[in-house]
Design a protein around this ligand. Structure first.
Ligand code: PMP
Length: 361
């Protein structure tokens, strides 16, 4: 069957990390460490698990398609109206909904080189044109991105912090950029790793919504909240934008276990504090280990670090796999010598560093 959509013709499928079970079978070992998908190493919050158990007997019912309780809880927490919030099957769902609602064929979508892989994916799926702006020190070059906006530009995607580089944008730089973007261009500020960032100059996108009605902030329960497997994310925007997203989403795009788990996790302050501290310690541990191995890495504020192998990274990735450590090659992000490693538990970080030392000789 011929593909009429020229964008889909150009698309490569998103490459997920290798399943642990497959690798265990291949290698004949069982103590595999997976540091490949920027997941929480802690497991879900105990409160989320309890909420899921309580919800199991309702699985014969459809979820609350309005997400009433979770939106109310998020609205209260974030200081916005519940009707400004859109829920998604992961925040990826929201990135796709924005593209689907606003893009026409040949519209342009601006994002940074080395930015999150889903931006070109959702752009091409709509037959729109991805415009990747060269990065500066691996991070977003916002002045160059502002320059790249034309009358065909409909959406700008910004990840703050960015995956896979871990770089971040300051409040001053973001405000300067937002002031330059024409009002008819949507700015999607992807804050998937928001909860990890402790820098005082790191901006909160939500506080810019009133001044910039063309802004959409996305966040997720997949990272610090430890609920990647349930797929739940959200967008905060003007009421007008939320109303459009509500038109194009699938009626039950957030499942019932995800809804109750997210609501419970939101209140698990002890878990969240522990997760943040554990990540900060782990980041320092991995950074120090990489320094000892004399490897360059990109300073990161997320729950992962990208480092330069000093040679093509694919053979290093494969050798690490044979040691039972799964990391993420990021050649597809235009970084063929880098690998990205997620921050795990201290002993997992140690396993990774030892395996890396072994592999690099
Ligand atoms: N944005 C960024 C920058 C990410 O790294 C990720 C996860 N890899 C997502 C969005 C999507 O996460 P999810 O769909 O699980 O919410």
């Amino acid at each position: 069957i011929a593909l009429a959509n020229t964008g889909v013709q150009k698309l490569q499928p998103y490459q997920p990390g290798k399943p642990i079970e497959e690798l265990e079978r291949e290698l004949g070992i069982t103590d595999i460490v997976k540091l490949a998908s920027n997941e929480s190493p802690l497991g879900p919050s105990p409160r989320a698990l309890a909420a899921i158990r309580g919800q199991l007997e309702n699985l014969h019912r459809y979820p609350d398609g309005s997400g009433y309780r979770l939106k109310a809880a998020l609205g209260e927490r974030l200081g916005v109206r519940a009707s400004q919030i859109s829920l998604g099957n992961g925040s990826n769902d929201l990135l796709e909904l924005v593209a689907r609602a606003w893009l026409r064929p040949d519209d342009e979508v601006v994002f940074s080189e080395h930015a999150f892989a889903v931006y070109p994916l959702v752009t091409l799926a709509c037959s729109a044109r991805p415009v990747a702006v060269p990065a500066r020190d691996y991070g977003h070059d916002l002045p160059a991105m502002a320059e790249a906006i034309t009358e065909r530009t409909r959406i700008v995607f910004i990840a703050n912090p960015n995956n896979p580089t871990g770089t971040w944008i300051s409040a001053a730089d973001l405000d300067h950029f937002l002031a330059r973007v024409p009002k008819q261009v949507l700015v999607v500020l992807d804050e998937a790793y928001f909860e990890y960032v402790e820098e005082s100059a790191y901006p909160d996108g939500i506080s810019r919504l009133t001044a910039h009605p063309n802004l959409i902030v996305t966040r997720t329960f997949s990272k610090m909240y430890g609920l990647s497997g349930l797929r739940v994310g959200y967008a905060i925007s003007s009421l007008d934008i939320a109303e459009v997203l509500n038109r194009v989403r699938q009626p039950f795009n957030c499942n019932s276990l995800a809804l109750v788990a997210a609501e419970a996790a939101l209140d698990d302050h002890d878990y969240l504090e522990y997760a943040r501290d554990l990540n900060a310690t782990g980041l320092a541990q991995v950074a120090e280990g990489l320094e000892q191995l004399q490897l360059d890495y990109i300073p990161s504020v997320g729950n992962f670090i990208a480092f330069d192998c000093g040679r093509e990274s694919m053979p290093v990735y494969e050798a690490l796999l044979r040691e039972g450590v799964i990391v993420r090659p990021i050649g597809g992000y235009g970084m063929p010598n880098h690998l990205r490693v997620s921050i795990g538990l201290p002993e997992e970080n140690e396993r990774f560093l030892e395996a890396l030392a072994q592999v690099l000789g």
